[in-house]
Structures are given as C-alpha cells and as structure tokens.
Write a protein that binds this ligand. Structure first.
Ligand code: HEM
Length: 219
C-alpha cells in the first residue's frame, strides 16, 4: 500500500506513477565502445589528478591563452592588490559572517585576532601558489590537500567544514574579485572579458580538485 507521501508524490509527478516496463535484455554496457571510452575517462580522471586536469581543462576550454591572461592580470592587478583582497576576505567578510566566523573564535566566542592572522597568512601562501600558474602535479596535489584539511582525514579529526561553506566562500571571493576587476578595467572591456573568462575557468578547475576528498569513495 502506498504511503501518504508516495501518493502525494505520484499525484504531483504522474509520469512517475506509471508502471515501469523492462526494456528487455540488459545491454552489457562496457561492450559498447562509446560507453567503454566514457568509463575509462571516469576511471582515469578519478585515479590520476593530471588526467583529471587534462579532461576538465579540455571540457572547460582552459588553454594557454587563459594561463597568459591570468599571468597578465596577476602582474597588473592581483599582485598589487593582494594584501587588500586578503584583508577584505579575513577582516571584513569571514569574521563578520554569522557562520563562517565560528572558526575564528576563541572559547568565549570572541574573534581571535591572532588566529585570523595565522589563517590569513596560510591563505596568502595558497594564493601565491595559484598565481605562479604552474599547473603541474605538485600544484594539483597541493590544491587537493588544502581541500582535504577541511574534512576529518589525515589527522585533523575534529575539523569538518561543510561543503556549502566552501562554495559560499569561493563564490564570494569570485564575485568580489570580479567586481574589483570590473572597476579597474571598465574602460578596457576586451581585457576585462579575457581576465574574467580565464579566472572563471580556473576557479571551477580548482573547486573540483579542492573537493575530491569530500567525496572520497565515489570521487
Ligand atoms: C575558498 C575556500 C577556502 C580556501 C581556499 C581555504 C584555504 C585554506 C588553507 C590554504 C588552509 C591552510 C592549509 C595549511 O597550509 O595548513 C586552510 C585551513 C583551514 N581552513 Fe580553509 N579555506 C577555504 C574555506 C574554508 C571555510 C569556509 C572555512 C570555515 C569557515 C575554513 C576553515 C579552515 C580551518 C579551520 C582550517 C584549519 C586551520 C588549522 O590548521 O588550524 N576554510 N584553509
């Protein structure tokens, strides 16, 4: 007998209520070359971080042109504004958010300035590594490791940062950086487009690798 929930569901989605008919003999899926190829990509991109980067950058169309654009934007804009950007993220955003700030407090619930400084310094190292623009195995393993320290593996057993907070913070930094760029390059729309396109691709590439260990068994 269907439960009240199931009945309500079936009324809302009548297609779901239809009896499902088997299509017959199951297809041995890996015998189909196209599926086999896709499976190999899935397996390779799960086990080999450089293959993951290769696939993701092909799919996103992240090319040497994007790397050149990022380098140019770093020289012209990001490096001269790095301290300002870090100050904003830590001293304005993180410590004032009702949830994000929880990780910057001492036992009494007050923001620990000393700890904020430590974390800001660690974040600076991470950003400096990104702006080197060396997309090699060492770099991607480092990105993966930084993500992994936010979940209880490899020793940090009492630390768990919910994924939505990472997404919220990445999203916040993304739009904050883009607004700064938009202001700085308002009279150079082509350059602005080039920079923001390249950074958008890089953000998505990093966000993927950063979260690998959030989904360890089925990454
Ligand atoms: C944009 C997303 C984020 C980035 C890029 C990032 C970056 C980093 C980096 C580079 C480290 C230091 C790793 C090391 O060198 O030891 C770290 C550690 C840490 N992060 Fe994040 N993080 C992000 C999101 C968050 C969020 C949303 C929180 C929670 C508010 C958070 C809380 C922590 C904590 C508690 C540590 C451990 C610090 C310690 O070892 O005491 N992170 N993060």
């Amino acid at each position: 007998m269907a439960t009240a929930m199931a009945e309500a569901w079936m009324k809302t989605f009548p297609m779901e209520a239809k009896t499902k008919k088997s299509t017959g003999k199951p297809i041995p899926i890996l015998d189909v070359p196209a599926f086999n190829k896709a499976w190999n990509i899935y397996r390779d991109t799960s086990m080999d971080i450089m293959k993951r980067f290769e696939y993701m950058s092909n799919c996103l169309n992240f090319t040497d042109k994007d790397t050149a654009a990022i380098k140019q934007s770093v020289e012209e804009f990001v490096a001269p504004n790095l301290e300002k950007i870090l100050d904003h993220i830590y001293w304005e955003k993180l410590i004032n958010d009702p949830w994000l700030s929880r990780w910057f407090m001492d036992d009494t619930g007050k923001i620990s300035n000393e700890y904020v400084k430590v974390r800001r310094a660690r974040q600076k190292i991470f950003i400096l590594k990104i702006v080197e623009c060396k997309w090699d195995e060492e770099f991607w393993n480092y990105v993966r490791w930084v993500g992994a320290v936010h979940v209880p593996i490899f020793g940090n057993e009492d630390l768990y940062i919910p994924m939505r907070l990472n997404i919220a913070l990445w999203g916040y930094i993304h739009q904050y950086l883009f607004n700064l760029l938009a202001e700085a390059y308002k009279n150079e729309p082509e350059k602005l487009q080039k920079f923001t396109t390249a950074w958008t691709k890089l953000f998505w590439l990093i966000i993927d690798v950063y979260h690998i260990d959030y989904f360890a068994p089925w990454m």
